[in-house]
Design a protein around this ligand. Structure first.
Ligand code: XMP
Length: 556
């Protein structure tokens, strides 16, 4: 999950980001014995690039770069059969890097169809060594490892990869092996001080590069990838949000026919975009259900309602369930027990609301591409990954529905672009992740309506100041925590004994690790004085300077 850590500033996707409601449902489907919808629904006219994954920490980053060039791609395991990818209509293949050495007997190699397909190939780092090795050249351990910046010099100007680029460019290297002998029919196209053969190619569009074009430390790396896609593979750059929307609408119509669809909205971007797409496709056949569990932030439920009911004119069920959730949470202190209680109550409410609609055939979910990759590349199903965050029971047997997952091809930032394309409010599209159990896991100890009000007021101020100071988009999450401690203070001539609020602000790429954000002192000062002045019963504000690990982002 950390392939670009420290190397790339693109915000990474987290499978726990905005999973909220759909996560409950995904797990439920798993429990009920259903898998995700079957593969192979890519429409034939969609061209793609296949990225053969050799275990590189950068494979997803390669995929991101290809998508940024408006070309569709999928990551596949190195032992995938041709029959499983034929329908993707591949126009080129990228072999990823990887930690192995090709001369080890157990090292992963490319399946033979890669070379028999006649498709253009770009091998990156280990991927280059794989193709050299398999096509009859030699790879050996180099005397000097090459790690970090290097200057690449082209031997002759080359159109297939370097169109529009200078003869020498800065690249980022990370390898211990190197190509020592070219396969028949190949030429050496570029070198660095430490790698006499840093780029290879033949006249059939098979290319290998020793450096990593996908990381930001190769400044012109995106141009190199784009040149491969457009000059060598001759691909059109048609993977755009607009095309995705029209393509999805057709697919959804085909899948759903005249059936009835439901979608649980969480307030997050994934379920919002998925629902909006389905609505565009099948209109009133879709009903969205929003459960107000009473654990959301100030104004949030009303905004969701306004967006979907009034602005998008979608069939919308607003279930006011605050009392039910608070009753269920009464006396609950253990964090996992809180999650379980909230999850179970959610399923109950969702079931009750859905059953009022009669027979429902389809359930829409905002499953994203990283979840799909995860489920394919590990033994864990998507749901198993999520389970660490959502200890809830399954949907009841009678709620059997086929899944509609229009976002299963998209990375998070593509979902945001599609959201904008669909006209969703920016506030929803760029919302920071918010956990499904909501404020309940930011109140230490028992959750009560009084504590929720205090936390909402403090959280509002934190957000207000963070947004006013233009910091919202650069932070992964920012929020207030009601710590459960009380401290002595003084207001005017009086001694007080009030709540302690903690401010949590983190930077992260994927929520797997996080660093506490160095908020400017002035911003902290304003937040602190506003909270202690404006929020009754709070007399102390502290700033959480714990990174993850050892802390988690949430306090519970
Ligand atoms: P932690 O606290 O584990 O959080 O560092 C990592 C990310 O996951 C979110 N989170 C949750 N999301 N249900 C969710 O939908 C949960 O139970 C849950 N717990 C944590 C958290 O906000 C952060 O983005």
């Amino acid at each position: 999950m950390n392939e670009d850590q420290g190397l790339d500033n693109t915000r990474r996707i987290t499978s726990s980001d905005d999973l909220e409601v759909s996560a409950y449902l995904e797990m439920s489907q798993e429990k009920a014995g259903y898998g995700l919808v079957s593969e192979g629904e890519i429409s034939p006219q969609r061209e793609s690039i296949l990225i053969v994954d050799f275990g590189s920490q950068y494979s997803r980053l390669i995929a991101r770069r290809v998508r940024e060039s408006s070309v569709y791609c999928e990551i596949i395991a190195h032992n995938t059969e041709w029959g499983a990818v034929e329908d993707l209509n591949p126009k080129g293949i990228i072999l990823s890097g990887g930690p192995a050495s090709v001369y080890d007997e157990t090292s992963p190699l490319a399946p033979l169809w890669v070379f028999e397909s006649g498709l253009p190939i770009l091998g990156i780092c280990y991927g280059m060594q794989v193709l050299v090795h398999q096509l009859g050249g030699k790879v050996a351990a180099s005397t000097k490892k090459e790690y970090g910046h290097a200057v690449l010099h082209q031997n002759k100007p080359n159109e297939s990869l370097f169109t529009g680029l200078p003869q020498s460019l800065s690249v980022w290297m990370s390898h211990a092996d190197q190509v020592t002998e070219l396969p028949p029919g190949f030429v050496s196209m570029a070198h660095t001080d430490n790698s006499p053969i840093a780029v290879v190619g033949n006249d059939k569009g098979i290319l290998g590069i020793q450096f990593h074009p996908e990381v930001v430390h190769t400044p012109q790396g995106s141009n190199i990838i784009e040149n491969f896609l457009t000059k060598t593979c001759n691909m059109g750059q048609t993977w755009t949000p607009g095309n995705f929307v029209s393509d999805s609408i057709n697919r959804i119509r085909e899948q759903v026919g005249k059936g009835k669809v439901i979608c649980a909205l969480s307030g997050g971007v994934d379920s919002a975009v998925a629902a909006t797409l389905v609505h565009r496709a099948v209109g009133d056949q879709l009903t969205c259900i929003f459960v107000n569990n009473g654990l959301m932030r100030r104004d949030e439920p009303d905004r969701v309602r306004e967006t979907f009911e009034k602005y998008m004119d979608i069939n919308f069920i607003y279930s006011e369930s605050t009392e039910r959730f608070l009753t269920g949470l009464a006396g609950v202190i253990d964090p996992e027990r809180k999650r379980k209680t909230i999850g179970e109550e959610f399923i109950n409410v969702f079931d009750e609301e859905a059953s009022k609609l009669g027979t429902v055939d389809f359930l829409t979910q905002g499953t994203l591409y990283p979840d799909v990759i995860e489920s394919k590349t590990s033994d864990n199903s998507v749901s198993a990954t999520i389970k660490t965050h959502h200890n809830v029971g399954g949907l009841p047997e009678h709620m059997k529905m086929e899944l509609v997952e229009p976002l299963r091809y998209l990375f998070k930032d593509e979902v945001r672009q599609v959201g904008l394309e669909l006209g969703l409010p920016e506030e929803m599209v760029f919302r920071q992740p918010f956990p499904g159990p909501g404020l309940a896991i930011r109140i230490m100890g028992e959750v009560t309506s009084e504590k929720l009000e205090i936390l909402r007021a403090a959280d509002w101020i934190v957000m207000d100041e963070i947004k006013a100071n233009g910091l919202y988009n650069e932070l992964w999450q920012t929020f207030a925590v009601l710590t459960g401690s009380r401290s002595v203070g003084v207001t005017g001539d009086f001694r007080t004994y009030g709540h302690v609020i903690a401010i949590r602000a983190v930077k992260s790429d994927d929520a797997m690790t996080a660093d506490w954000a160095r908020l400017p002192y002035d911003v902290l000062a304003n937040i602190s004085s506003r909270i202690s002045n404006e929020v009754p019963d709070v007399n102390r504000v502290v700033f959480d300077i714990t990174s993850k690990p050892p802390g988690t982002i949430e306090w519970e």
